[in-house]
Design a protein around this ligand. Structure first.
Ligand SMILES: C[C@H](O)[C@H](O)[C@H]1CNC2=NC(N)=NC(=O)C2=N1
Length: 93
């Protein structure tokens, strides 16, 4: 899959809230009530990532989850990243 240009990425990100593009990935972060809530959402995202066969680069510190999406095979951001970003936003409600 072909990686989008920076211009294309920023255009597509206008349809997203709380995501930004830098360092060849799109990024967001979420804060939860506590660790259990954060990890529960990570588990839900993990199932969707498996379904899509597209996986986040992410980290968790106590009640925060930081997520970066890129397509490693394409060395950039592709439609698959926006598909996963949309899926994550839908899970978050
Ligand atoms: C074979 C399998 O579909 C590939 O290795 C997938 C798995 N998940 C992936 N996730 C991400 N973020 N980038 C990839 O290039 C990628 N490749």
């Amino acid at each position: 899959m072909k990686a989008f240009t920076e211009k294309e990425i920023n255009e597509k990100l206008k349809d997203f809230e709380g995501w930004e593009y830098f360092e060849n990935s799109i990024h967001t972060a979420f804060e939860f009530e506590n660790f259990k809530e954060a990890f529960t959402m990570m588990t839900r995202i993990a199932f969707e990532a498996e379904r899509l066969q597209h996986h986040p680069d992410w980290s968790n510190v106590y009640n925060t989850v930081s997520i970066s999406l890129s397509t490693h095979d394409a060395d950039g951001v592709t439609e698959k990243d926006f598909e996963l970003a949309k899926t994550i936003d839908n899970l978050m409600g």
